[in-house]
Write a protein that binds this ligand. Structure first.
Ligand SMILES: *[C@@H]1O[C@H](CO)[C@@H](O)[C@H](O)[C@H]1NC(C)=O
Length: 438
């Protein structure tokens, strides 16, 4: 065993069956961490002590992914008592940080903090660089979920409503550009209500195909009408029939079915020893189940966080039985592009036009069953240096130069490589594979 070459060990590791289904939960909580002299949030007790208790509850309940907002000046107390293995570094207290952080049992890639394009000076929303965060969370092999934490403009003056609508629109546009074909979770402090005329919380449903589990699970699918009186929530709330501004939206993808199974306002799980609440916001807790797609699945990707995102899932999901007729790889010292021509006529191509082309045209019934990808450093960036794809008849096409950092992914029996997921510019920066059921 110990003398097996690395390539065989890597290949062997991918034959261990990855899970095909699982569960996780998410929590969003505005932790009321503005300096006490600026805003006491009407919460009894000392903010450092209270924040430490919130972190302790995070550990005790072991939520899978937590988004916090207003995590400003008591951040150290939160991370002191929390023990999640993956946590974002703070962007600072007031007035430097956004107050947004993620605490997770899952690792992620591609973390970005984005400032709102618009803020309203009423209510002090322009005093700190409020905005949203984006990250791609790895839940399991081939199960990557784009998680967005948001804290939009507060207040109910006309300028607040305008700024807040702009904030939500900005996230919605980002999802279209960055999360196309991907599962998505948006959870945070939206400062929005369906019942308030002028707010646009429905945008993620109408523009991004997402579901609000408060509506689907607590309201049996009935979206509240804007301008109507909502039942106002107590804090903590004993019912989910009422509306709060802390919200969750989700969607799956052609490769991952995602379903919210339980929706809770979790304030009663976050009390001080004397029974008082720890924040002026009620946390929202949602349980999810996921399963791999029946017709399309993804491998994990390899490579670095550069270039633009690409994902062939949506295109492949629109074709009834996708099959590759020719695969073409361009490269030299590194990989310039990857492409497949499908028997249905489409070509899926990513990267630039440099390098030399190597092609493999498949015979009838021949499929692409395995791929090896190597990464390396070029100009201080991680790029794809080598790619080799093998067909069901054992024929091989490759380009680029091998490095010591390689991964191999093999299709399960009855599945074939039919496309790609990753990032590219003039060259290929990251690549993974889309598998289709044959
Ligand atoms: C938290 O849950 C994860 C699974 O999601 C588990 O691996 C881990 O051991 C748990 N941690 C604690 C402290 O119970």
């Amino acid at each position: 065993m110990l003398s097996l070459p690395l390539s065989l060990l890597l290949a062997a590791s991918t034959t261990l069956a990855a899970p095909t289904a699982g569960t996780f939960n998410i929590l969003t909580l505005n932790v009321a961490g503005l300096p006490a002299i600026l805003n006491g949030n009407d919460i009894p007790g000392d903010k450092t002590v209270n924040t430490g208790l919130i972190g302790q509850y995070f550990s005790t309940y072991n939520f899978s992914i937590i988004h916090v907002q207003e995590d400003f000046n008591y951040h150290a107390a939160l991370y002191e008592t929390d023990d999640h293995p993956y946590r974002t570094a703070t962007s600072g207290g007031v007035p430097f940080g956004s107050g947004l952080n993620t605490l997770s049992n899952f690792d992620w890639i591609d973390l970005e903090r984005t400032k709102w394009d618009t803020c309203s000076s009423s209510g002090g929303d322009c005093l700190t660089p409020k905005g949203f965060t984006f990250m791609r969370v790895k839940v399991s092999e081939g199960v990557w979920i784009d998680a967005y934490n948001v804290h939009t403009d507060a207040g109910i003056e006309a300028s607040d409503l305008t700024a807040r609508a702009s904030n939500l629109q900005q996230v919605s546009t980002h999802i279209k550009a960055y999360s196309s074909s991907n599962p998505v979770l948006v959870f945070g402090d939206s400062n929005s209500r369906y019942t308030r005329a002028g707010d646009i919380p429905s945008i993620f449903t109408t523009a991004n195909g997402m579901t609000d589990p408060w509506i689907s699970l607590a309201l049996s699918g009935k979206t509240p009408v804007a301008g109507t009186d909502a039942l106002l929530c107590e804090n903590p709330s004993a019912t989910t029939a009422c509306e709060i501004v802390d919200k969750v939206w989700y969607r799956g993808s052609p490769a991952v079915t995602l379903t919210a199974t339980q929706f809770r306002y979790a304030g009663s799980m976050f009390l001080q020893p004397d029974g008082n609440v720890l924040s002026d916001h009620d946390p929202v807790l949602v349980d999810f189940s996921w399963s791999l797609g029946a017709k399309l699945r993804l491998s994990d990707p390899y490579g670095g966080p550069h270039g633009d995102f690409f994902n062939d899932l949506d295109t492949l999901s629109s074709i009834s039985a996708p099959a590759v007729s020719t695969i073409t790889l361009r490269g030299g010292n590194r990989v310039d592009s990857v492409s497949v021509a499908l028997t249905s006529g489409q070509t899926l191509a990513h990267g630039g036009s440099g390098g030399t082309a190597a092609s493999l045209t498949l015979a009838a019934g021949e499929t692409l069953v395995s791929a090896t990808v190597c990464q390396g450093q070029y100009s201080s960036q991680t790029r794809i240096f080598y790619i080799e794809v093998t067909s069901s008849k054992g024929r091989v096409v490759s380009t680029g130069k091998k490095t010591s950092e390689c991964m191999t992914r093999t299709a399960d029996a009855g599945w074939a490589i039919t496309g790609f997921v990753g990032r590219s510019g003039d060259e290929v920066d990251r690549v993974g594979f889309v598998f289709s059921k044959v």
